[in-house]
Design a protein around this ligand. Structure first.
Ligand code: NAD
Ligand code: ZN
Length: 262
Protein backbone atom coordinates (compact mmCIF):
# COMPACT_ATOMS: atom_id res chain seq x y z
CA UNK A 1 0.00 0.00 0.00
CA UNK A 2 1.30 3.42 -0.93
CA UNK A 3 0.23 6.38 1.18
CA UNK A 4 0.76 10.09 0.78
CA UNK A 5 0.79 11.34 4.36
CA UNK A 6 1.92 14.87 3.48
CA UNK A 7 -0.63 15.71 0.87
CA UNK A 8 -4.35 16.32 1.05
CA UNK A 9 -7.02 15.66 -1.53
CA UNK A 10 -6.84 19.36 -2.43
CA UNK A 11 -3.37 18.88 -3.89
CA UNK A 12 -5.04 16.58 -6.37
CA UNK A 13 -7.83 19.00 -7.13
CA UNK A 14 -7.49 18.93 -10.92
CA UNK A 15 -7.88 15.15 -11.02
CA UNK A 16 -10.73 15.19 -8.48
CA UNK A 17 -12.43 18.04 -10.36
CA UNK A 18 -12.07 16.06 -13.60
CA UNK A 19 -13.62 13.05 -11.89
CA UNK A 20 -16.58 15.15 -10.72
CA UNK A 21 -17.08 16.56 -14.22
CA UNK A 22 -16.97 13.07 -15.71
CA UNK A 23 -19.49 11.75 -13.19
CA UNK A 24 -21.93 14.67 -13.18
CA UNK A 25 -23.69 13.89 -16.49
CA UNK A 26 -23.38 10.10 -16.19
CA UNK A 27 -26.65 8.20 -15.83
CA UNK A 28 -25.44 4.68 -15.09
CA UNK A 29 -22.39 4.76 -12.84
CA UNK A 30 -21.01 1.52 -11.46
CA UNK A 31 -18.19 1.11 -8.97
CA UNK A 32 -15.69 -1.75 -9.10
CA UNK A 33 -13.76 -2.03 -5.85
CA UNK A 34 -10.78 -3.99 -4.56
CA UNK A 35 -8.81 -4.44 -1.37
CA UNK A 36 -7.59 -0.82 -1.53
CA UNK A 37 -11.00 0.58 -0.55
CA UNK A 38 -10.79 -1.30 2.76
CA UNK A 39 -7.23 -0.45 3.83
CA UNK A 40 -8.52 2.72 5.54
CA UNK A 41 -10.66 0.41 7.69
CA UNK A 42 -7.49 -1.37 8.79
CA UNK A 43 -7.65 -4.42 6.49
CA UNK A 44 -4.35 -4.82 4.64
CA UNK A 45 -4.43 -5.24 0.87
CA UNK A 46 -2.55 -8.05 -0.86
CA UNK A 47 0.27 -5.89 -1.98
CA UNK A 48 0.79 -4.13 1.33
CA UNK A 49 3.58 -5.02 3.75
CA UNK A 50 1.27 -6.91 6.15
CA UNK A 51 -0.65 -10.07 5.42
CA UNK A 52 -4.32 -10.42 4.73
CA UNK A 53 -6.29 -11.61 7.74
CA UNK A 54 -6.80 -15.04 6.29
CA UNK A 55 -3.72 -15.13 4.14
CA UNK A 56 -1.12 -16.86 6.26
CA UNK A 57 -1.16 -19.95 4.12
CA UNK A 58 -3.98 -19.58 1.62
CA UNK A 59 -4.84 -23.21 0.91
CA UNK A 60 -5.84 -24.38 -2.52
CA UNK A 61 -9.17 -26.16 -2.77
CA UNK A 62 -7.58 -29.58 -3.34
CA UNK A 63 -5.18 -29.09 -0.43
CA UNK A 64 -8.13 -28.14 1.77
CA UNK A 65 -10.15 -31.14 0.65
CA UNK A 66 -7.34 -33.70 0.88
CA UNK A 67 -5.64 -32.66 4.05
CA UNK A 68 -7.29 -32.72 7.51
CA UNK A 69 -4.30 -30.85 8.99
CA UNK A 70 -4.90 -27.97 6.54
CA UNK A 71 -8.53 -27.84 7.57
CA UNK A 72 -7.72 -27.93 11.25
CA UNK A 73 -5.18 -25.12 10.86
CA UNK A 74 -7.65 -23.09 8.79
CA UNK A 75 -10.35 -23.30 11.47
CA UNK A 76 -7.90 -22.60 14.31
CA UNK A 77 -6.79 -19.40 12.55
CA UNK A 78 -10.31 -18.42 11.63
CA UNK A 79 -11.50 -18.87 15.20
CA UNK A 80 -8.87 -16.33 16.29
CA UNK A 81 -9.24 -13.88 13.43
CA UNK A 82 -12.86 -13.78 12.37
CA UNK A 83 -14.02 -11.64 15.34
CA UNK A 84 -11.79 -8.75 14.29
CA UNK A 85 -13.03 -8.88 10.70
CA UNK A 86 -16.61 -9.06 11.95
CA UNK A 87 -16.06 -5.91 14.02
CA UNK A 88 -14.28 -3.88 11.33
CA UNK A 89 -16.09 -0.70 10.39
CA UNK A 90 -16.61 0.79 6.93
CA UNK A 91 -14.63 3.95 6.12
CA UNK A 92 -15.36 7.19 4.28
CA UNK A 93 -14.95 5.48 0.88
CA UNK A 94 -17.57 2.79 1.54
CA UNK A 95 -19.89 5.38 3.08
CA UNK A 96 -19.56 7.74 0.10
CA UNK A 97 -20.47 4.95 -2.34
CA UNK A 98 -23.46 4.02 -0.18
CA UNK A 99 -24.59 7.67 -0.15
CA UNK A 100 -24.29 7.87 -3.92
CA UNK A 101 -26.24 4.65 -4.32
CA UNK A 102 -29.08 5.69 -2.00
CA UNK A 103 -29.31 9.01 -3.84
CA UNK A 104 -29.74 7.14 -7.13
CA UNK A 105 -26.37 8.22 -8.54
CA UNK A 106 -24.66 4.81 -8.42
CA UNK A 107 -26.30 1.73 -9.87
CA UNK A 108 -24.15 -1.14 -8.58
CA UNK A 109 -21.08 -1.88 -6.53
CA UNK A 110 -19.06 -4.79 -7.88
CA UNK A 111 -16.42 -5.86 -5.39
CA UNK A 112 -13.51 -8.26 -5.19
CA UNK A 113 -13.58 -7.92 -1.42
CA UNK A 114 -14.89 -10.50 0.99
CA UNK A 115 -15.20 -8.20 3.99
CA UNK A 116 -18.86 -7.15 3.67
CA UNK A 117 -18.00 -3.49 4.35
CA UNK A 118 -20.04 -2.09 1.45
CA UNK A 119 -23.22 -3.59 2.87
CA UNK A 120 -22.24 -2.50 6.39
CA UNK A 121 -21.90 1.05 5.06
CA UNK A 122 -25.45 0.88 3.67
CA UNK A 123 -24.96 -0.24 0.07
CA UNK A 124 -28.00 -2.13 -1.19
CA UNK A 125 -27.19 -5.87 -0.85
CA UNK A 126 -29.23 -6.54 -4.02
CA UNK A 127 -26.98 -4.18 -5.94
CA UNK A 128 -23.68 -5.20 -4.36
CA UNK A 129 -22.04 -7.98 -6.33
CA UNK A 130 -19.39 -9.98 -4.49
CA UNK A 131 -17.15 -11.65 -7.07
CA UNK A 132 -15.03 -13.48 -4.52
CA UNK A 133 -17.76 -14.45 -2.11
CA UNK A 134 -18.03 -13.37 1.51
CA UNK A 135 -16.22 -14.15 4.73
CA UNK A 136 -19.47 -13.66 6.65
CA UNK A 137 -21.03 -16.91 5.49
CA UNK A 138 -19.76 -20.45 5.91
CA UNK A 139 -20.64 -22.99 3.23
CA UNK A 140 -20.58 -26.76 2.91
CA UNK A 141 -18.22 -27.76 0.11
CA UNK A 142 -20.29 -30.89 -0.48
CA UNK A 143 -23.99 -29.92 -0.37
CA UNK A 144 -23.70 -26.14 -0.72
CA UNK A 145 -25.76 -25.29 2.38
CA UNK A 146 -24.61 -22.13 4.12
CA UNK A 147 -24.81 -20.47 7.53
CA UNK A 148 -23.97 -17.07 8.99
CA UNK A 149 -20.33 -17.16 10.08
CA UNK A 150 -21.23 -16.24 13.66
CA UNK A 151 -23.29 -19.39 14.06
CA UNK A 152 -20.33 -21.58 13.13
CA UNK A 153 -17.97 -19.41 15.17
CA UNK A 154 -19.78 -20.33 18.37
CA UNK A 155 -19.59 -24.05 17.50
CA UNK A 156 -15.78 -23.77 17.27
CA UNK A 157 -15.62 -23.59 21.07
CA UNK A 158 -16.37 -27.29 21.35
CA UNK A 159 -15.88 -28.48 17.74
CA UNK A 160 -12.48 -27.43 16.36
CA UNK A 161 -13.15 -28.96 12.93
CA UNK A 162 -16.83 -28.28 12.26
CA UNK A 163 -18.78 -30.44 9.80
CA UNK A 164 -21.99 -29.77 7.87
CA UNK A 165 -25.06 -30.53 9.99
CA UNK A 166 -26.97 -31.70 6.95
CA UNK A 167 -24.56 -34.01 5.14
CA UNK A 168 -21.44 -34.23 7.31
CA UNK A 169 -19.44 -32.48 4.57
CA UNK A 170 -16.54 -30.06 4.86
CA UNK A 171 -17.20 -26.46 5.83
CA UNK A 172 -15.30 -23.37 4.76
CA UNK A 173 -15.90 -19.63 4.53
CA UNK A 174 -17.91 -18.82 1.41
CA UNK A 175 -14.95 -17.17 -0.29
CA UNK A 176 -13.32 -18.07 -3.58
CA UNK A 177 -10.05 -19.96 -3.19
CA UNK A 178 -7.06 -19.85 -5.48
CA UNK A 179 -7.77 -22.18 -8.35
CA UNK A 180 -11.53 -22.04 -7.77
CA UNK A 181 -14.02 -20.56 -10.24
CA UNK A 182 -15.86 -17.38 -9.34
CA UNK A 183 -19.56 -17.69 -8.55
CA UNK A 184 -21.18 -17.87 -11.97
CA UNK A 185 -24.21 -15.80 -11.13
CA UNK A 186 -22.14 -12.96 -9.64
CA UNK A 187 -19.81 -12.94 -12.63
CA UNK A 188 -22.70 -12.92 -15.09
CA UNK A 189 -24.37 -10.01 -13.27
CA UNK A 190 -21.08 -8.11 -13.07
CA UNK A 191 -20.50 -8.42 -16.82
CA UNK A 192 -24.06 -7.23 -17.48
CA UNK A 193 -23.49 -4.20 -15.23
CA UNK A 194 -20.17 -3.47 -16.96
CA UNK A 195 -21.86 -3.57 -20.36
CA UNK A 196 -24.66 -1.23 -19.33
CA UNK A 197 -22.57 1.35 -17.41
CA UNK A 198 -21.81 4.70 -18.93
CA UNK A 199 -19.14 5.34 -16.28
CA UNK A 200 -17.18 2.74 -14.38
CA UNK A 201 -15.36 3.91 -11.29
CA UNK A 202 -12.55 1.55 -10.29
CA UNK A 203 -11.41 2.00 -6.70
CA UNK A 204 -8.48 0.40 -4.88
CA UNK A 205 -7.67 -2.47 -7.17
CA UNK A 206 -4.32 -3.35 -8.68
CA UNK A 207 -6.34 -4.83 -11.59
CA UNK A 208 -4.05 -7.80 -11.91
CA UNK A 209 -6.44 -10.51 -10.73
CA UNK A 210 -8.22 -12.10 -13.69
CA UNK A 211 -10.88 -12.45 -14.92
CA UNK A 212 -12.23 -9.70 -12.68
CA UNK A 213 -9.80 -7.16 -14.09
CA UNK A 214 -11.42 -7.57 -17.50
CA UNK A 215 -14.57 -5.80 -16.26
CA UNK A 216 -13.31 -2.25 -16.84
CA UNK A 217 -12.12 -3.26 -20.32
CA UNK A 218 -15.57 -4.65 -21.11
CA UNK A 219 -17.19 -1.45 -19.87
CA UNK A 220 -14.93 0.65 -22.09
CA UNK A 221 -15.47 -1.63 -25.09
CA UNK A 222 -19.21 -1.01 -24.64
CA UNK A 223 -18.82 2.75 -24.66
CA UNK A 224 -18.38 3.54 -20.95
CA UNK A 225 -16.00 6.10 -19.63
CA UNK A 226 -13.52 4.92 -17.05
CA UNK A 227 -12.17 6.54 -13.89
CA UNK A 228 -9.52 4.88 -11.71
CA UNK A 229 -8.93 5.91 -8.09
CA UNK A 230 -5.87 4.05 -6.87
CA UNK A 231 -2.71 4.83 -4.94
CA UNK A 232 -0.52 3.12 -7.51
CA UNK A 233 -0.52 2.84 -11.30
CA UNK A 234 -2.55 -0.02 -12.80
CA UNK A 235 -2.00 -1.86 -16.10
CA UNK A 236 -5.00 -0.11 -17.68
CA UNK A 237 -4.44 3.50 -16.60
CA UNK A 238 -3.98 4.40 -20.27
CA UNK A 239 -7.59 3.32 -20.97
CA UNK A 240 -8.96 5.67 -18.32
CA UNK A 241 -10.49 9.10 -18.89
CA UNK A 242 -9.43 10.15 -15.40
CA UNK A 243 -6.89 8.67 -13.00
CA UNK A 244 -6.78 9.91 -9.41
CA UNK A 245 -3.77 8.61 -7.53
CA UNK A 246 -4.88 9.31 -4.00
CA UNK A 247 -6.64 7.72 -1.01
CA UNK A 248 -10.06 6.35 -1.83
CA UNK A 249 -11.80 7.69 1.28
CA UNK A 250 -10.97 11.33 0.62
CA UNK A 251 -11.59 11.16 -3.13
CA UNK A 252 -14.94 9.37 -2.90
CA UNK A 253 -16.14 11.70 -0.12
CA UNK A 254 -15.23 14.69 -2.29
CA UNK A 255 -17.04 13.11 -5.24
CA UNK A 256 -20.19 12.36 -3.24
CA UNK A 257 -20.19 15.86 -1.71
CA UNK A 258 -19.85 17.47 -5.14
CA UNK A 259 -22.51 15.33 -6.82
CA UNK A 260 -25.04 15.35 -4.02
CA UNK A 261 -24.70 18.84 -2.64
CA UNK A 262 -24.00 20.93 -5.67
P1 NAD B 1 -4.65 -5.53 -4.45
O1 NAD B 1 -4.19 -5.76 -3.04
O2 NAD B 1 -4.02 -6.32 -5.53
O3 NAD B 1 -4.50 -4.00 -4.82
C1 NAD B 1 -4.96 -2.98 -3.99
C2 NAD B 1 -4.62 -1.65 -4.66
O4 NAD B 1 -5.22 -0.62 -3.88
C3 NAD B 1 -3.13 -1.37 -4.72
O5 NAD B 1 -2.78 -0.98 -6.04
C4 NAD B 1 -2.93 -0.22 -3.71
O6 NAD B 1 -1.97 0.72 -4.14
C5 NAD B 1 -4.29 0.43 -3.70
N1 NAD B 1 -4.66 1.05 -2.43
C6 NAD B 1 -4.43 0.61 -1.17
N2 NAD B 1 -5.00 1.42 -0.26
C7 NAD B 1 -5.60 2.42 -0.97
C8 NAD B 1 -6.34 3.55 -0.60
N3 NAD B 1 -6.61 3.85 0.68
N4 NAD B 1 -6.80 4.38 -1.58
C9 NAD B 1 -6.54 4.11 -2.90
N5 NAD B 1 -5.84 3.03 -3.30
C10 NAD B 1 -5.37 2.19 -2.34
O7 NAD B 1 -6.23 -5.71 -4.39
P2 NAD B 1 -7.25 -6.36 -5.41
O8 NAD B 1 -7.04 -5.81 -6.77
O9 NAD B 1 -8.57 -6.25 -4.75
O10 NAD B 1 -6.83 -7.89 -5.46
C11 NAD B 1 -6.56 -8.58 -4.26
C12 NAD B 1 -7.35 -9.84 -4.07
O11 NAD B 1 -7.33 -10.17 -2.69
C13 NAD B 1 -8.79 -9.69 -4.41
O12 NAD B 1 -9.11 -10.84 -5.08
C14 NAD B 1 -9.53 -9.63 -3.07
O13 NAD B 1 -10.60 -10.55 -3.11
C15 NAD B 1 -8.58 -10.19 -2.06
N6 NAD B 1 -8.49 -9.35 -0.83
C16 NAD B 1 -9.62 -8.91 -0.23
C17 NAD B 1 -9.53 -8.10 0.89
C18 NAD B 1 -10.79 -7.57 1.55
O14 NAD B 1 -11.84 -8.19 1.46
N7 NAD B 1 -10.74 -6.39 2.18
C19 NAD B 1 -8.28 -7.73 1.41
C20 NAD B 1 -7.14 -8.23 0.76
C21 NAD B 1 -7.26 -9.05 -0.38
ZN1 ZN C 1 -23.47 -30.33 3.53
Amino acid sequence: MTTHPDTSVRDHDPAVAALVELARPARAISAFTGAGISTESGIPDYRGPGGVWERNAPPTLSDFRMNPATRRQYWTERRERYPSLRDTQPNAGHLALARLQSAGRLSHVITQNIDGLHQKAGSDPERTIELHGTAHQVRCLDCGASWPADQIQSRLEFEPLPACELCGGMLRAATVLFGQAMPEDALRRAFAVARSSDLMLVVGSSLIVQPAARLPEIAVANGAQLAIVNNEPTPIDSLADVVVRFSAGAVLSALADALLDG
